[in-house]
Design a protein around this ligand. Structure first.
Ligand code: HAM
Length: 419
């Protein structure tokens, strides 16, 4: 016990689950790299203005959930609540768009939102994200969606649904917004929701309360009010998803909580998770670069929540406990044997054979127990007498069979056996 524990809404990612956490990151990372996405890392905090301008002042994320603080010289800084605004900021700052189009990037890290804590919702959480910056091609929207689907599938996650919508563009959305507002003003809504009708009416469609949803059956839908270009874009995306046999559910009331989206938006929901069911989400944000003072750079991206992906894996009965890899475990009795064993372990690791050993002068019984716990297939047991005879005992931990092997042949013998 310590006097302190991790702050509310944060968590320690402990073994053996932490290995799965890493595996998810590596799985998505390798797959994104194979699709031409390069890794980017941005700071954990940014100028507060970046998120106010980028994510939108009226969003819950900005107005209620940011960890904002002043540093010692009075700057207003904010722990990043999401990744997209910062990635676009970095692209613009370093003029990456001058080199290639689209700039394809992926990232991973902790994000921070002061939210009500519940299962699947924490105040520090980890995302893997991908962004393709500088392309208006609807095929890139489809590439994005396909990559997320592939990532989940490769982890063995299958009980998820893809919700898809279009939010229109700066031409057709305002017209739709006015139409929706007119409809919403005629409903019986509480004061706060009426205020939302005036500021961010599309968010009202997303209201989970049954008394609100019950009144929304006849609400005008964005997908019936798209301009020709947006309708075409959307039809291309749905058509291509059909061709790839990627199932999706049209979700004309899906809005998402960030203001930068236009056209395609999507969310991956998992039905085994309860209220916080979104394991990932994203969409197009064609105007964000301009909002941040840059050129026009139509873009699309997504982020996947690692914690929720792990919950999804657990809900599907997938094994999320991953012990550390170990093929060979060294057991030494006596000081000179310890040194020899350590040299074997180092050489095995250099040969890409996962190896570990007993430390702290453990006695034979304790060391053999640790060998069994490690999951290794072989133990190298070395006592002073073995050493004098120039051999080590190679023990097959499954069968218990033990054979002496000349010291200078130990590494090669193990390499052969473990091929
Ligand atoms: P988001 O939907 O706000 O999108 O977050 C993406 C994912 O992060 C969610 O689907 C969820 O799995 C996870 N997540 C969000 N908040 C929490 C929380 N409090 N606790 C646990 N997990 C959470 C974005 O952040 C956008 N930047 C995605 C994007 C990239 N759009 C375009 N490019």
């Amino acid at each position: 016990m310590s006097t302190f524990s991790a702050p509310r809404g944060t968590f320690d990612m402990l073994p053996p689950y932490s290995e799965t956490f890493n595996r998810i990151r590596i799985q998505f990372g390798l797959e994104l790299r194979d699709a031409g996405y390069q890794y980017i890392e941005t700071p954990a905090f940014e100028d507060t203005g970046l998120f106010v301008r980028g994510v939108g002042e009226s969003t819950d994320v900005v107005s209620k959930e940011m960890y904002t603080f002043q540093d010692r010289s009075g700057r207003s800084l904010t722990l990043r609540p999401e990744g997209t605004a910062a990635v676009v900021r970095a692209v613009l700052q370093h003029n990456l768009q001058a080199q290639r189009h689209p700039v394809k990037l992926w990232y991973f890290g902790p994000y921070f939102r002061y939210e009500a804590v519940q299962a699947g919702r924490t105040r520090q959480f980890h995302q893997i994200g991908a962004e393709a910056i500088g392309s208006a091609d609807p095929l890139v929207d489809v590439e994005m969606i396909a990559l997320a689907v592939e990532g989940f599938q490769k982890l063995g996650v299958s009980d998820f649904r893809l919700l898809l919508n279009s939010l229109g563009c700066k031409e057709c959305r305002p017209v739709y917004r006015a139409k929706l507002q007119e409809f919403l003003r005629g409903l019986d809504l509480d004061e706060e929701t009426r205020r939302r009708v005036e500021i961010n009416p599309l968010r009202v469609l997303d209201d989970k309360r049954p008394e609100v949803q019950a009144q929304l059956d006849d609400a005008p839908l964005i997908t019936d009010n798209l301009c020709e270009a947006c309708a075409e874009h959307h039809a291309f995306v749905t058509g291509m998803l059909d061709e790839l046999k990627i199932a999706y559910e049209p979700a004309p009331k899906l809005v998402r909580g960030l203001d930068y989206y236009v056209r395609t938006i999507f969310e991956f929901v998992h039905d085994g998770l309860g209220a916080q069911s979104a394991i990932g989400g994203g969409g197009r944000y064609d105007g964000l670069a301009q909002d941040l003072g840059g050129p026009e750079l139509p873009s699309v991206g997504w982020a996947v929540g690692i914690g929720r992906t792990m919950l999804a894996m657990e809900a599907e009965g997938l094994d999320i406990e991953m012990p550390a890899d170990c093929d060979v475990y060294g057991v030494a009795l006596g000081e000179s044997a310890r040194r020899e064993i350590f040299k074997f372990v180092t050489a095995l690791r250099l040969a890409d054979i996962p190896a570990d050993m007993a430390f702290d002068h453990k006695k034979l019984k304790g060391a053999m127990k640790a060998a069994a716990q490690s999951g290794a297939r072989y133990a190298i047991v070395l006592g002073e007498r073995d050493l004098a005879e120039g051999v080590a005992q190679l023990k097959d931990l499954a069968t218990g069979e033990q054979t002496p092997v000349a010291l200078d042949a130990v590494v090669d013998t193990l390499k052969e056996k473990l091929q």
